[in-house]
Design a protein around this ligand. Structure first.
Ligand code: ZN
Length: 212
């Protein structure tokens, strides 16, 4: 199933705000194709598309179970966002350390063939350690809402990018809750003003029916 803003959003007047996911750049480049794993934010809702992750985590090794589809949450229901690092890549660090120790021992031996073979083995072990560190690291963005949560892997997302996205969600959520429905048209000048305004900010006419 392919998604773009026309097929993804629940209502036609919804506006695309931001996107975050593994395929951030490819998604941007492929022009509104949200089919890959991503979190898409509109001015009304949060969507998780592509790989959809179950809320809750299984044990310490596994991430959340994933299926394919989409998950929708109204922005008004969002209670907050956090990021969580699930697995500590300790084993990776240990393997890398063993490689470094082995390599150093080889260097200290002073025998040229030993330096070469043991050194190479050391380097190979360090590389696999670094690989493990990367593999075992699991970072998720958690979007909490009334009745559940969305978790999304953000291994390739930078800290500042994640902070920015969380900021945008909270801004849009506030705007959804506060502004938005609380506007009406001024009967004199037809500008949009707050429902509770006693005086129009554009034409200064007094408003009837305002709730004091
Ligand atoms: Zn007015």
């Amino acid at each position: 199933m392919k998604y773009h803003s026309n097929t993804l959003f629940a209502s036609r007047d919804e506006k695309f705000i931001a996107i975050l996911g593994h395929d951030y750049y490819s998604t941007v480049l492929s022009i509104e194709d949200f089919s890959k794993s991503a979190i898409v934010l509109s001015d009304k809702r949060v969507y998780q598309v592509g790989k959809v992750y179950k809320s809750g985590f299984h044990g310490q090794s596994g991430g959340p179970w994933a299926g394919r589809g989409k998950k929708i949450v109204n922005l008004e229901d969002v209670t907050g966002t956090t990021s969580k690092e699930l697995t500590k890549p300790v084993i990776g660090y240990m393997v890398a350390a063993i490689g470094i120790i082995l390599g150093s021992l080889g260097l200290m031996s002073g025998v040229q063939e030993t330096i070469l073979t043991v050194g190479l083995i050391g380097v190979a072990i360090v590389i696999s350690g670094i690989f493990l560190i990367f593999r075992l690291k699991r970072k998720y963005l958690i979007i909490e809402f009334a009745g559940g949560s969305i978790s999304h892997p953000v291994k390739f997302v930078t800290r500042s990018e994640l902070d920015l996205f969380q900021g945008i969600i909270s801004l849009e959520k506030d705007r959804c809750k506060n502004g938005f429905t609380d506007f009406k048209e001024c009967p004199y000048c037809a500008e949009k003003i707050q429902v509770n305004a006693s005086i129009c900010r554009y034409c200064s006419k007094e408003q009837k029916n305002h709730q004091a």
